[in-house]
Design a protein around this ligand. Structure first.
Ligand code: LMR
Length: 398
């Protein structure tokens, strides 16, 4: 018996392993709709011009590579607050938000989960059914019990809003409710502003702790519009967590650019929270990276880079919307009588197709079309060169 022989083999991550398998697939007509990455119409992951320009500036400035503070770059942290809430939002101005730069929003989610385990012991987390697979893994990894609340309606391709509210209304105080701020992953089904307006009083009456995941800002209705939930919760005086990512919105996946913000009741409370978040980071990875901070703070802070970024985000969003419409048109032509309306009503990078695991496996094996086994497709993997083939393959397995 050697030291590690008792280890269980890692089954692999349901999303990342699929992306690895796609890379190894030798077929030239393969289609990658698995991972949540934006590809352009030529199938490339773009490097945005604003990001290149920010990097050029950083290189020219030849700054040092010293450590950032535990909480990250001050410029990035205040740019994040302005982006999420608006620079003049009362919660920002009164300094009752504790914000940390984190290693992607995943880093933020995990730091927040560790903090909750320590400071709100006994709180369980409630995630939507379904949610991003890693949500459960992260909260359970922090030692927090994870349960689900009803969300996706398989029959209509929409939201089980009444059932969701009824479940949340029965939760014990201080339960953590994980909510997707926009572009729900994996379903593409979002709450409308009117539904948020109904949900927020329930969160408040039950003294629940909302934890927002905002990984796709700009891919729903727009950069400002997609911050609606965060602003509405803050305006209602609710304390909550929000982890946000720049991976998709700035197309900087490997830079691990994200943040965690905790909206508190007062500036004094925010200072306490920030202190304990810093302690949590120090125990985990000590401090975040300088390159991500340089990119994000420049792109958000410099007017020319900012407007170039906003135009790029709009173009990426509109290309995805165009692909949704085209796939809907082709599938409807190939399979008349079958309702593909979900492609038009769902938003953001993902759609939940309702395909069974057997159908998903057949798409991969017989047609080289890769999607997550839950039936989630990343619409951003479609382009004018692969749309027809993808529609034909989907129609063949339905
Ligand atoms: C996804 O859901 O595909 C992305 O968020 C990438 C990931 O890390 O899972």
């Amino acid at each position: 018996m050697t030291l590690f022989s008792h280890l269980e083999p890692y089954a692999g991550d349901p999303i990342l392993s699929l992306n690895d398998a796609f890379q190894k697939d030798q077929r030239t007509d393969k289609v990658n709709l698995s991972i949540g990455i934006y590809f352009d119409d030529a199938g490339r992951i773009p490097v945005l011009d604003c990001v290149r320009q920010a990097e050029t500036q950083m290189l020219a400035e030849a700054g040092t590579k010293s450590y950032l503070p535990i909480e990250g770059s001050a410029a990035m942290r205040s740019a994040v607050q302005a982006l999420l809430f608006g620079a003049t939002h009362e919660a920002v101005v009164s300094q009752r938000i504790a914000t940390l730069q984190t290693i992607g929003s995943s880093g933020g989610l995990k730091v927040g989960a560790d903090f909750i385990k320590r400071w709100l012991p006994g709180s369980a987390a409630w995630v939507s059914d379904p949610t991003w697979d890693n949500h459960r893994a992260m909260f359970e990894g922090a030692g927090i019990a994870v349960h689900t609340y009803p969300y996706h309606d398989a029959a209509t391709g929409g939201l089980r809003f009444d059932a969701m509210l009824a479940t949340l209304q029965a939760l014990p105080p201080r339960s953590v409710v994980l909510l997707h701020a926009c572009c729900h992953n994996p379903t593409g089904v979002d709450l409308s502003p009117a539904q948020w307006a109904q949900l927020i009083p329930v969160l408040q009456e039950r003294a629940l702790l909302p934890y927002l995941d905002l990984a796709y800002q700009g891919y729903g209705d727009g950069i400002e519009e997609d911050a609606f939930a965060a602003r509405a919760l803050a305006a209602a005086g609710q304390s909550f967590f929000i982890a946000n990512s720049f991976s998709k919105s700035m197309s900087v996946y490997g830079e691990r650019a994200g943040a965690l913000s905790v909206v508190c009741g007062s500036a004094a409370e925010a200072e306490l929270v920030l202190g304990q978040l810093k302690a949590t980071v120090r125990r985990n990875y000590s401090s975040p990276g300088i390159h991500a901070a340089g990119i994000v703070s420049r792109v958000l802070g410099e007017p020319a880079l900012r407007s170039s970024w906003e135009a790029d985000v709009a173009a990426m969003r509109e290309r995805i919307q165009g692909m949704r419409r085209s796939l809907h048109t082709r599938l409807t032509a190939l399979r008349p009588g079958h309702d593909f309306g979900y492609l038009l009503s769902q938003r953001g990078m993902f759609s939940y197709t309702g395909l069974s695991t057997a159908q998903v496996d057949r798409l991969r094996a017989d047609f080289g079309v890769y999607l997550v086994r839950s039936g989630r497709i990343c619409v951003a993997g479609l382009n004018s060169g692969n749309l027809e083939r993808t529609a034909a393959a989907m129609a063949a397995v339905i």
